[in-house]
Write a protein that binds this ligand. Structure first.
Ligand SMILES: C[S@@+](CC[C@H](N)C(=O)[O-])C[C@H]1O[C@@H](n2cnc3c(N)ncnc32)[C@H](O)[C@@H]1O
Length: 270
């Protein structure tokens, strides 16, 4: 029952960063309860290392209950000891500023576009290849391509003629450019809202619930008939997808597939 209600936090409306902070906060709460209970049997104070270890374990536990992507565990495990050592060693506040700038360079769009950075997994990439085959698609674009893994993977498929990604967060953009270096796809430093979709028949987006209505309007305006929009995890509100693929990965990824047809376009414009 507790597990089921906690799983409510995995609803996609919660940005990952909020879930991560909540996991740390609930971990801290559990730690406080543990300390109070433990004090009945063992004389405090308790070793800092024990408290840190418990905080990390509890935060990881809540991260699991919130069904967060695997790489968030790294952040959740590293955060408490980093904060502890920073506070106890009287570290220069400029370092904190530097860290903050680094975070903005990576997660810029979480703040400005309400689209956090999390990455498609290999199971999803294999499903994208299957979708391309089933719908006979050849020109792929990843809107907000993160580290460029999808762009490179699709570029390496024999039947894909063109594989492009656009990205605006500086560090993911740099990583994506490096990943496709040498002709394994194309990555552009470009805002997805300023990217013309007319020349792509396979548009992939893994964004957040917030931009989906606007993305749909853009797709309807620009995408050619018989092209396909695939949204990872986030459905377009009030629009019936042509298909939904549920994948067999840990997070049971859902791919919402929208085949753009004249009928669909006219239904939307009514
Ligand atoms: C959830 S991640 C998905 C990354 C990648 N598509 C994948 O599936 O692995 C969303 C990405 O979209 C980028 N993004 C968000 N808004 C954007 C915008 N307006 N223009 C370009 N990229 C954007 C973010 O920086 C982030 O890298």
């Amino acid at each position: 029952m507790v597990v089921r209600s906690l799983k409510l936090f995995s609803v996609e409306k919660f940005p990952a960063i909020a879930k991560a902070l909540l996991a740390q906060f609930l971990g801290l709460l559990l730690l406080a309860i543990t300390v109070v209970l433990l004090a009945q049997f063992v004389e405090p104070p308790f070793a800092d290392s024990l408290l840190l270890a418990l905080q990390v374990i509890y935060a990881a536990l809540f991260t699991t209950l919130f069904v967060m992507p695997r790489w968030w565990y790294l952040i959740q495990i590293v955060l408490p000891p980093s904060l502890y050592f920073a506070l106890s060693s009287g570290v220069n506040p400029l370092l904190a500023l530097g860290l903050f700038i680094l975070l903005i360079l990576v997660f810029k769009n979480a703040v400005f576009e309400r689209v956090p950075l999390y990455l498609s997994n290999q199971t999803t990439r294999r499903a994208l290849v299957q979708i391309a085959e089933e719908y006979h698609l050849q020109r792929f674009i990843d809107l907000g391509c993160g580290n460029g893994s999808n762009v490179r993977f699709m570029a390496e498929q024999a039947k894909i003629q063109e594989s492009v990604g656009v990205e605006t967060a500086p560090i993911p953009l740099l990583l994506a450019k490096l990943r496709v270096f040498g002709g394994h796809g194309t990555v552009l430093a470009q805002n997805l809202w300023k990217t013309d979709l007319a020349s792509y028949d396979f548009v992939y987006a893994f964004l957040s619930p917030q931009p989906m209505p606007e993305l749909w309007s853009k797709a309807v305006r620009e995408m050619p008939a018989n092209s396909v929009l695939v949204s990872n995890s986030f459905a377009v509100p009030d629009i019936e997808p042509s298909e939904v693929w549920q994948l067999s990965d840990r997070r049971k990824t859902k791919l919402y597939i929208y085949k753009m047809s004249e009928t669909q376009r006219s239904k939307t414009s009514c």
